[in-house]
Every structure is written in C-alpha cells, then in structure tokens.
Ligand binder design. Sequence first.
Ligand code: DAT
Ligand code: MG
Length: 137
Amino acid sequence: MPTEETLVLVKPDGVARGLTGAILARIEAKGYALVDIRLVEPDRATLEKHYAEHEGKPFYEPLLEFMMSGPSVAIRLAGNRVIEGFRSLAGTTDPTTAAPGTIRGDFGRDWGLKVQQNLVHGSDSPESAARELAIWF
Ligand code: DAT
Ligand code: MG
C-alpha cells in the first residue's frame, strides 16, 4: 500500500486560539509525517476553488468569510490511510456532537449556527486530496 497524502488545514479559529501546536502534537503522535507546512491567508478565489462543492449552500458565504478572517496553517500530511485516519482524529463536522477524544470534540466549542468554526479541515477522498493539495501548495 503506497503512502497516501492529504490536505489538513488548521482553520482561523484554531490558529487564533493558539491550538496549532496541540493539533500538530496529535497528528505527530499518530505517526503521520509533515511533508510541507505553511501559514496562509487565502484570497476568495482560492477558497471558492477549495469549497466549490458547497457553492449555493446556506453556510457557503459565512464559511468563506470565516476562512478569510485570519491565517490558516496548511499541511501536506503523509501516512498509511492518512485521509481516513486524519478525519477520524478530527471528528465529525459539528463540534458540539463530535466525539470526545477527537480534535473537534475536545477543542471545538458550541458556536450555535457557526458550525464552520470547527478548527480543522481534512480532505475526504484521494480525489479531493489531490485537488486540494494543488490549490494550497
Ligand atoms: P467537513 O469539514 O467535516 O468535511 P463539509 O465538507 O461537509 O464538512 O463542510 C465544510 C465546512 O463547511 C465544515 O467544516 C463546516 C461548514 N459546514 C458544513 N455544514 C455546515 C452547516 N450545516 N452549517 C454551517 N456550516 C457548515
Ligand atoms: Mg469536507
């Protein structure tokens, strides 16, 4: 099984709250390899490409605004089954109901309707990972 790569983002809420180190510690403890890492302030065009699948949904505009509210940390992450594995570390989308022990479950706060403030992004398939890595790196 060849080593897989995924795109991880520590989103603006994670960076602003000083949780980048705690999140990286979990990623490294799991044994995944940091291939590349950078602090990014994405413009709208970059985010429109990244979130193209969500265009037209009610949370799309607030999501883009949130993602432009401050820097994110973009990570090219490698490891065996890292796409599925990182999403397992991250927990489910809504931080209120994400399981304890996950990044979103342990650090995510109840933001009411602001589900978008859930600390991290992880690609959801090999196709998404290839597409998203090309956008951010
Ligand atoms: P995930 O980030 O778990 O892959 P997703 O791809 O379905 O989730 O959605 C992308 C982001 O959009 C997600 O991290 C937070 C936001 N989002 C998703 N569903 C939402 C909703 N119902 N209300 C507000 N924001 C939402
Ligand atoms: Mg997604």
